[in-house]
Design a protein around this ligand. Structure first.
Ligand code: GTP
Length: 603
């Protein structure tokens, strides 16, 4: 197919606005899949995606569509629906010239609609606005058209109204793709250059990279090199996705295909990297920034005997998801484990859910934390090797306050869309979480869009749930990375009888130290069982105690009552006590049940 008849596009939408349903209809309409193959969404492959109804991993298909007797090749590039994956979204978008901006005609514009619009807009893509679900009784296309106009300056006459569910008006969507999306600029005679925009792992063929061929062509047997990675591979398989794989011998510029070349790990197929023929010297396709994890959590097996199984499950999952970073972590209380880095909250949730569902792993995942940036006071050493800035995501590694010059924390720009009657409580919540309002816009008579700069650490724990509760489920939220800002951070230490327990410590903003410290101490008082010795539980910052509670010693001997009683019963009781002790962990010379830690670390 000549380049003039190729179109590359994707669908962007807020969760549940019907992206997968529309993708299925497009596939049916162009004959790529049989009609009514049930309502099961063909492009969403992972079980988590089906269950949660969200798209996590981008899936892609090439469609053939005939207009006025001419065949067009429409490459539908499916993007993950959430900005946690904004890196993947923008990679996928960089292979497109246009997007379908899909909005629910009942729900209207939501937070992710806004975030996705700006991603597409920033990539200079043609935007085709489409209202979905016009079959719904409460659909109000007029109102939503006005929202699109006031927020994005979209002319209501350009908006296409469809029902993906009923298959209504799908044809106009395809026609608009052909008419409005620009022809890709490619060069078929130049040396081969291909952009890797997604990768997955296949048990038999190793890593499969999804590649957009920008220039030239590539065939089975060619030796290719990845530009940033500088590794070379021989191409074993090439296929088109229609959406099932169709093996081909060659891919040419303008096409999208799956490239298999026996890579062993997804870390070798870096998303955003450029592939080229090993003999050619080329310019890479775009600036390449590796995915940067924003949220970290410790992961431990429920039981140390499952350590090996958990390790292998994590390895397999990360083969498929190169954005997860893995470091070994240990904790005297929880044993051997790992510290994982994720792109965001949803990414973390999806990962732990996949561990559970696909590998039946029952793991302990600690409360998420973020990465702080610290500027250290100049010393001879760091002046020499330039290590005056360090990144810390583990409170145990937070340096002594006397050595720190400045502390900075990661900030996000959050977008909230809500019916205006919930605005008061939402604004209070954002203020409580140290948010700074940047913008408030009415998007129609009863809805507002609020934009806040918020510290990432304030949204990682139940921000979304609280927002939903405050707004009876009507508010939506999305956020994007907004860099680091100076902030007064301290390490809150928890001490048991004067010994710091690093696993219980936390990095907090100074204004929260007192409250958090108090809460921790009270909780520990309630859950640590009484022991033979008196325990003082303290929370301290920079050596200063902020809160203290006591757990009185446990004086009674369990067997005291049994003197003169049955000996076997007494032995049994002692044996039980010994077994109980095995589950205990010695921390700061005090034995604590492992469950105590699980309890505290999860919250
Ligand atoms: P993500 O994968 O998270 O982006 O969700 P999605 O946008 O793919 O949503 P999906 O296609 O899964 O649709 C969400 C829900 O809306 C499903 O229950 C669909 O059946 C329903 N739905 C989709 N299109 C229509 C429509 O035109 N009319 C009605 N009434 N329901 C629809």
């Amino acid at each position: 197919i000549p380049v003039e008849r190729i179109r590359n596009f994707s669908i962007i939408a807020h969760v549940d606005h019907g992206k997968s349903t529309l993708a299925d209809r497009l596939l049916e309409f162009t004959g790529a899949i049989k009609e009514n193959s049930g309502n099961n969404q063909v492009l969403d492959k992972l079980q988590v995606e089906r269950e949660r109804g969200i798209t996590v991993k981008a899936q892609t298909a090439s469609l053939l569509y005939n207009v006025d007797g001419e065949d067009y090749l429409l490459n539908l590039i499916d993007t993950p629906g959430h900005v946690d994956f904004s890196n993947e979204v923008s990679r996928s978008l960089s292979a497109c010239q246009g997007v379908i901006l899909l909005v629910d005609a009942n729900d209207g514009v939501q937070a992710q609609t806004v975030a996705n619009f700006y991603l597409a807009f920033g990539n200079d893509l043609v935007i085709i606005p489409v209202l979905n679900k016009i079959d719904l009784k409460n659909a109000d296309p007029e109102r939503v058209c006005k929202q699109l106009q006031s927020l994005f300056d979209i002319d209501p006459s350009e908006v296409i109204k469809i029902s993906a569910k009923l298959g209504k008006n799908i044809d106009s969507v395809l026609k608009a793709v052909v008419k409005r999306v620009p022809i890709p600029i490619v060069n078929r005679t130049a040396p081969f250059r291909g952009l890797i925009f997604d990768s997955s792992f296949d048990k038999y063929r190793g890593v499969l990279s999804l590649v957009y061929v920008q220039d030239g062509n590539v065939k089975v047997g060619d030796t290719i090199t990845s530009y940033h990675n500088k590794k070379s591979f021989e191409i074993k398989t090439l296929s088109l996705l229609r959406p099932q794989e169709v093996p081909v011998e060659r891919l040419v510029a303008g096409q999208i295909g799956l490239v298999g070349c026996n890579m062993r790990s997804s870390k070798e197929a870096l998303i955003g990297d450029t592939l080229h023929n090993s003999n050619d010297v080329i310019e890479p396709l775009q600036g390449f920034t590796p995915a940067r994890p924003m949220v970290f959590a410790g992961i431990y097996p429920m039981d140390q005997s499952q350590h090996v199984n958990l390790r292998s499950a994590i390895e397999k999952l990360t083969l498929n998801d190169s954005a997860v970073t893995v470091d070994v972590g240990t904790s005297p209380a929880l044993g051997l484990g790992w510290r994982l880095g994720f792109l965001g909250l949803l990414h973390m949730e999806v990962f732990s859910q996949r561990l559970e569902q696909e590998y039946a792993m029952d793991a302990i995942i600690t409360a998420p934390s973020v990465t702080y940036k610290l500027k250290l006071k100049p010393t001879k050493q760091n002046l020499k090797d330039g290590t005056d800035y360090i990144y810390v995501n583990n409170p145990a590694l937070f340096p002594d306050h006397l050595t720190i010059e400045e502390t900075l924390e990661p900030i996000v720009l959050g977008t909230i869309i809500t019916p205006d009657k919930y605005m008061g409580p939402i604004i209070s919540m954002c203020m409580e979480r140290r948010g700074v309002q940047k913008n408030a816009t009415n998007i129609d008579n009863e809805r507002v869009m609020l934009q806040y700069e918020l510290p990432l650490c304030e949204i990682v724990v139940d921000f979304h749930d609280t927002l939903k509760t405050l707004s009876s489920g009507y508010a939506s939220f999305d956020y994007e990375d907004h860099g680091y800002k100076p902030s007064n951070l301290v390490k809150l230490s928890i001490l048991l009888n004067g010994n710091a327990v690093d696993e219980l410590s936390a990095i907090v903003h100074i204004t929260k130290a007192q409250t958090v410290g108090r809460q921790m101490v009270l909780r520990l008082r309630d859950i640590i069982p009484r022991q033979m010795v008196h325990i003082a539980v303290q929370a301290a910052v920079n050596g200063k105690v902020l809160a203290r509670e006591n757990i009185k010693a446990f004086r009674k001997d369990v067997t005291a009552k049994l003197y003169g009683g049955d000996v076997t019963r007494r032995m049994k009781l002692l044996a039980q006590q010994a077994a109980g002790k095995k589950k205990m962990r010695m921390v700061a010379n005090i034995s604590l049940p492992r469950d105590t830690f699980i309890d505290v670390l999860k919250k």
